[in-house]
Ligand binder design. Structure first.
Ligand code: XMP
Length: 510
């Protein structure tokens, strides 16, 4: 690894990857590793800094995740966050105990500005707290550098040993100066040069793929979405025409999308194959109403189509997927609960007829993927395309799927997208689409009673797609959309706008 590295040691907290993302945003390369990683491996990697994450346990219980004391003697700067800060205190001889009152949420913190960590921020500001234990006594050699009303040690440090700890979460957006605090740790304490960027990531990823693939052939599922498009650009740069992109038209794409994707890729430096498999998919999906079953069927059928195509191409060694980080955590890897099995992770059948799956975007968040796409010279209209789920309109038609419903939804969705773009909202709203609820209600059209479908409009703003807010679309725009859809699309007589956030809802309806 040519770049300076910061290791995020994962003690099981929910914001672990978020810490990594913030560090990378500050131009420092960062990897998340388990707290169980042997110390020899950590030393070998020669990190310029280590960050201990939060975690749900209590450091003083025997079964809780811990780490060898030796790590504090490596002369590598360490920042402990939440559980990580308590662990540092506990191992080095301080005292951690349950607080009288747990602190949760936005909290006013007073900082000692003489600390290298807090010199660049105001003396008082809001930070995000989430803890029931607290540090009661700091270890020898440490001093307290921040406190709140309920928490006497909101930060502590031993600058001589380059050990720093914060009880709050600098990585979450609710902490007003969180990014500045992380910056201080990276640049003032670790003295990093900041040599990490998407340009560098692109180079590393291209080299990694080259090394791994050798002179083998790669097959990619190209959906035309941001992730698979960026991946296609990355892979074609790495292996040129040993990459074949198979674009499966499963008949559940948005209106005109098949032709658009074909137009965007067929003249590029890669083998582009478009497969019209809509009949195959629709017959498998007939009468299927359960969302997870739809995902599994589509995921499985994707693989079967690829196997068939791969046979035509000859020997294919690698199957590439545009899996990104939010897909991974919400699919129940590690300890996170299964919310939806995204087809490109959870829905894979046990038997896959390829040597290996490669997923070069697996560590990236959506916004990082877009930056990578720009770095790789992809046109704006591809890089800024809103995300579209692999199972497509199958999970936007509630209940059973018919060709008639697909057409209705395609036409309605097209109008919605057109009006959002006309209103100039397409860059500020991160995802917007129509959902066919399959519920019917009574309406009146001219002199006739109708009994047609209710359509739902969904539009959200989000940075990471793990949480989202509904977009505040002006009523005038909604009104135009509504009038156009009921007039131009037969089969719909009622339109609703989804005003729930995620959580408790999800972005898609299924
Ligand atoms: P949810 O509905 O889980 O969506 O809030 C979060 C993001 O993931 C997309 N999504 C999927 N993408 N296969 C995918 O490739 C899927 O099965 C799937 N389900 C949801 C969704 O469009 C949103 O961007």
């Amino acid at each position: 690894m040519k770049y300076e590295l910061v290791i995020v040691l994962d003690f099981g907290g929910q914001y672990n990857q978020l810490i990594a993302r913030r560090v990378r945003d500050l131009n420092v390369y960062c990897e998340v590793m388990s707290y169980k990683t042997p110390i020899s491996e950590i030393k070998e990697k020669k990190p310029v800094g280590i960050i201990f994450t939060g975690g749900p346990n209590s450091v003083y219980l025997d079964a809780s995740p811990t780490i060898t004391k030796e790590i504090f003697d490596l002369d590598i700067p360490i920042l402990g966050i939440c559980y990580g800060s308590q662990l540092m205190a506990h191992i080095l001889g301080g005292k951690v105990a349950p607080a009288e009152k747990s602190e949760y949420g936005k909290t006013l913190v007073s900082f000692d500005k003489t600390s290298l960590m807090f010199g660049d921020i105001p003396e008082k500001s809001i930070a995000w707290m989430s803890h029931t234990d607290r540090i009661e006594r700091v270890p020898d050699g440490f001093r307290i550098t921040a406190h709140t009303d309920a928490c006497p040690v909101a930060a502590m440090e031993n600058p001589e040993k380059k050990l720093y700890a914060v009880q709050f979460h600098p990585e979450v957006q609710h902490t007003e100066y969180g990014s500045a605090i992380l910056r201080s740790f990276l640049y003032n304490v670790c003295k990093t040069k900041g040599d990490w960027s998407m340009k560098n990531y692109a180079e590393t990823a291209v080299n990694d793929v080259r090394r791994k693939v050798g002179d083998g052939k790669v097959l990619l599922a190209l959906s035309g979405g941001v992730d698979s498009s960026v991946l296609a650009a990355l892979l074609s740069k790495a292996v040129g025409n040993r990459l074949t992109c198979i674009f499966v038209d499963h008949g559940l794409l948005r209106k005109n999308e098949g032709d658009e994707v074909e137009a965007a890729f067929k003249d590029r430096d890669l083998n582009f194959v478009r497969v019209d498999a809509s009949e195959r998919f629709l017959s498998k999906l007939k009468d299927i109403t359960d969302p997870e079953s739809k995902r599994k069927i589509i995921g499985e059928e994707f693989i079967r189509v690829f196997e068939d195509e791969a046979k035509k191409i000859g020997k294919v060694d690698y199957f590439a997927q545009g899996t990104i980080y939010p897909d991974v955590i919400e699919s129940g890897s590690g300890d996170a609960a299964v919310i939806k099995s995204h087809h490109n992770v959870g829905g894979l059948p046990d038997y896959v007829d390829f040597k290996e799956i490669i997923e070069p975007l697996r560590l990236l968040f959506k916004d990082e993927v877009r930056r990578l796409g720009e770095e790789l010279g992809l046109p704006d209209y591809l890089v800024w395309r809103q995300p579209f789920p692999g199972p497509g309109l199958a999970i936007r038609i509630i209940g059973d799927i018919t060709e008639e419903k697909i057409h209705i939804l395609q036409d309605a969705d097209y109008i919605f997208r057109e009006e959002i773009a006309k209103a100039g909202l397409d860059r500020t709203i991160n995802q917007y689409f129509a959902v066919l609820t399959s519920m019917r209600s009574v309406g009146v059209m001219g002199d006739f009673r109708t009994y047609d479908y209710t359509l739902a409009l969904r539009a959200v703003t989000t940075t990471d797609f793990m949480t989202a807010d509904f977009a505040r679309i002006p009523y005038d725009v909604l009104s135009t959309v509504s009038a156009r859809i009921v007039n131009e699309v037969s089969g719909i007589n009622r339109i609703t706008y989804d005003i729930t956030t995620k959580p408790p809802s999800t972005i898609e309806w299924e």
